[in-house]
Each structure stands twice: as C-alpha cells, then as structure tokens.
Write a protein that binds this ligand. Structure first.
Ligand code: GLN
Length: 447
C-alpha cells in the first residue's frame, strides 16, 4: 500500500484521483493482513483497487465529478464495493471521470481533465479516464470503471490497458450513480486478463437490490481461462474500412488478423450496414434516460442547493443551472426534447426500434460466429482541448464502442502495442451474451 501511495504522490499532476482514501485503505489493509496471516483471506486478498467516482462507498464522498454532488457523503455502499471488500480488496481512492460519466475524454469533469501518462498533452479517454490512468501509471493494481457506451473500453485502449464491459445484467448497478440505466455496466480496467477474470468472478451475479441482474450462474472465469478452441470471428467490414479509422490502428488490426488466421482461427469479413445508425440511436436513448435519471438533482433532496432562491421553481432552476456542467445540461435538454409530446415517436421510439434492429442483426451474426472484431476507437489519444469545441466530433469517436452497449453484449478492449509515436493501439472483441468466460480465455490466448 505504501508503494501505491508513493506512486500516487509522484503522479499527482495526472489528476487521476479525486480523493485518496488514506485512512480507510490503511485500516482495510491491516485487517486483510491479519486474515492473510490466519489463512482466512478472500479471493482478492490485498488487491489494491481504485474506484470510479460514480460508485458509492459508505461514509465516503462520491461526486460523479460534478459540482452538483461536491462533498456528498454516501450513506451506503454499492454492491460492487461490498463484494470487493468481502473478498479483501483494498480500495485506495475514487477516480476522476467525466461529469456523470458523460464524455469520451475526461475533459468534462468539474475537477479538471485527467492527463494520459504517455504524454501529458493527451487525453486518457473517458469517461473512466482516471481509472485507466491509475492502472497505466501503477497507482493501483486495477480499477473499476463504468461503461455506458465505451467508458471502460475506450480509456483502457487510450492507456494501453485491458477494459472489459460485461453483458448488460451481469453485474449489479446498485449504488452506481445512474447515467443511462438500460446501458450502464460496471467493468474492470486491468493490466492482465487474469485480474479481469478474477474481478468479474467477484463482482458478477444476482443481487436482491438490482432486479436487472441476471440469475444466470457465474462461471469460474479464472479457472476457465485455459479453455481453448478455434474461433469463428467476424470482422465488421464497415468498421475496418472506415475513413475515420487511423491508418496505424488499421495496420495493427490487420496484422493481428493474420496472426489469428495463422493460429487456426477462422476470420471472415462481414457487412454491417447499420453502422451509421449506432451513434444517433445511442445518443437519443442515453440522453432520454439521462434526462430522467438526473431529474432527482433538484436542490431539495441532496446535492448542490442555491441559497438565494425565493420560490421552489427558482430553487430548482438555479440549483440545477449552477450544479451541472455544460455537457450534462446539453444531454438533459436533448433527452427532454426527444421524450416530449410530439417528438417522442419521431425520436425516442424510432431509436428504440433501431436498437431492436441492431440487436437482431448481432444475434444473426452470432448464430454463425463466436466473436465479432472491430477497432475500439477510430483514433489514438487526441490532444486535450482538441475535440471539446464540437460535441458531434466527440460523439462520433464512440462509433465502434456503442454497438455492444446498444445490444447488451460483452466486449473487451485489448492492447496491440504502440504506434511509431509510442501511443497505445488496440482492438475490440465482442462475444455472445454471458459468454465472458470464452471472451476472457480467448483474450488470454491472444495476448
Ligand atoms: N462517450 C460516451 C458518452 O459520452 C460513453 C460514456 C460512457 O460510457 N459512460 O455517452
């Protein structure tokens, strides 16, 4: 633990942590040490882990990197936190992220941008940027992020780490600050597949506090990492031949495809004609859900309150105007618009139909293939400030990650080495619902 505290101090300029839990981490580490001595320690004994600052930990501040929740102390722990502690992990702190997890560069945080450890002028990706950088710069062994449309996978890719978004319904969302509830999933960012498997093992499975968690049994992911087998892999042609795709990422993926073929896997190029609909459908649906989820921040129950307001209406308006940042407001406005009478059918309902089509198309592909391959992000990490001028430019960067988010499939971002400038490259594999065991075993063999 002392080692990680030192690492954190030496990397303060990266702005990855919103808070280091010096005291509670020490207490937990001591208790775990005693259990280790007594031979009664849990599966994660001593694993030092950071959590994204939108995951509740009893008696600790949780802010979602928003002024709205500045100083808010959580009265209870998320199920994922509970399970980490029960298995004797040590939670070292809460990690910076985009405000309410809305963003793809960690630049919308009220507490400032996080810097990529490879080059401080570059973004770490987002929204779980702090989580990715904390692992990248060895400030903790692994970290939890949340992935609504790529927020675990894309920052992992930008920081050369492994990012897993489990199947929707695999891990409890209880105690995770909601952004878009039919998309949100907690996922680990790690430097090894072993750690990802171990964490999923501990975090997954039914929870009385979240009825959307599947009762499907949790396999022994760690024990199943050795399972072998040649895979049938579909490469989505429109992604790999996309004009927006960085040529070095493309070249690295093509090399990886050759390696996969040489290893005896079958790789086919298949057409996916719905690619252009992914980002619009995703942003309509997630904005709609966000506008509803974030209506709870009214300045009355909890969160930021304006003290000068003279009427209830004014209190709502001023508290929300002051508490939320620009990107969050943009999404609330967009979401309220697409849900409003007269526009509901044209936007929200239409997007839901598109989501259904996407899901059906993927199910069709998965009837023939074990895995789907695509890039994670179209580019390597970009400069801080570069994409902030135009929200649409930022949204389009999610083009490859939102597919499994819309369909609920599990997906993993895997590192592919560095480009000529030393920037991390990566690729994404998507698997059938609840086949994380096969996805992880394949990833282990691939790396
Ligand atoms: N960049 C995407 C968005 O802004 C994804 C965010 C996420 O997965 N939390 O919605």
């Amino acid at each position: 633990l002392a080692y990680y505290f030192k690492q954190i101090e030496e990397h303060q300029h990266l702005n990855a942590f919103n808070e280091v839990f010096f005291y509670s981490a020490e207490v937990q580490a001591k208790a775990v040490q005693e259990k280790i001595n007594a031979g009664t320690a849990g599966k994660l004994a001593g694993m030092v882990i950071g959590i994204k600052d939108n995951i509740c930990y009893k008696d600790h501040v949780v802010t979602a990197s928003s002024k709205m929740l500045e100083g808010f102390v959580s009265p209870y722990s998320a199920t994922v936190v509970q399970r980490l502690l029960e298995e004797d992990a040590v939670i070292i702190g809460r990690l910076n992220c985009d405000e309410f997890a809305m963003g793809g560069s960690n630049e919308t945080s009220y507490f400032g941008a996080v810097k990529n450890a490879v080059d401080h002028a570059l973004v770490p990706g987002g929204s779980s940027g702090g989580s990715a950088v904390a692992v990248q710069a060895d400030m903790c062994l692994s970290a939890l992020g949340t992935d609504t449309g790529g927020s675990v996978r894309q920052p992992a890719a930008f920081c050369g780490q492994i990012g897993l978004k489990p199947t929707y319904g695999r891990i409890s969302r209880y105690g995770v600050i909601a952004y878009a509830s039919s998309f949100d999933q907690v996922g680990p960012i790690t430097s090894s597949v072993d750690d990802a498997a171990l964490l999923l093992q501990v975090l997954a499975g039914a929870d009385d506090n979240d009825s959307t968690v599947s009762p499907i049994e949790v396999p022994e992911y760690s024990a199943l990492l050795q399972q072998d087998g040649k895979k049938k892999i579909a490469v989505l042609k429109e992604t790999i031949e996309n004009d927006a795709l960085d040529p070095e990422i493309k070249a690295a993926i093509l090399t990886a495809i050759d390696d996969l073929k040489a290893d005896g896997h079958t790789v086919d190029y298949v057409s996916f004609d719905l690619l252009d609909y992914l980002v619009p459908a995703y942003y309509i649906l997630t904005a709609a859900e966000a506008s509803s989820n974030l209506s709870r921040y009214d300045g009355v129950h909890y969160g930021h309150r304006n003290m000068e307001a003279k009427s209830l209406n004014e209190l709502y308006k001023k508290s929300r105007a002051e508490g939320f940042g620009e990107e969050v407001k943009r999404r609330i406005l967009l979401g309220t618009f697409v849900l409003s009478a007269g526009y509901y059918d044209a936007y929200y309902q239409k997007a839901q139909k598109v989501r259904r089509l996407i899901r059906e198309k993927l199910d069709e592909l998965f009837a023939q293939y074990d895995l789907i391959l695509s890039p994670v992000a179209p580019t390597t990490p970009f400069k801080i400030g570069d994409n902030m001028q135009d929200p649409l430019v930022m949204y389009m960067a999610d083009i490859f990650t939102v597919l499994p988010s819309l369909s609920g499939n599990p997906a993993i971002a895997l590192p592919l080495g560095n480009n000529t400038d030393g920037l991390p490259l990566s690729m994404q594999f998507i698997a059938k619902h609840f086949e994380e065991d096969k996805l992880l075993a394949f990833s282990q063999a691939f790396l």
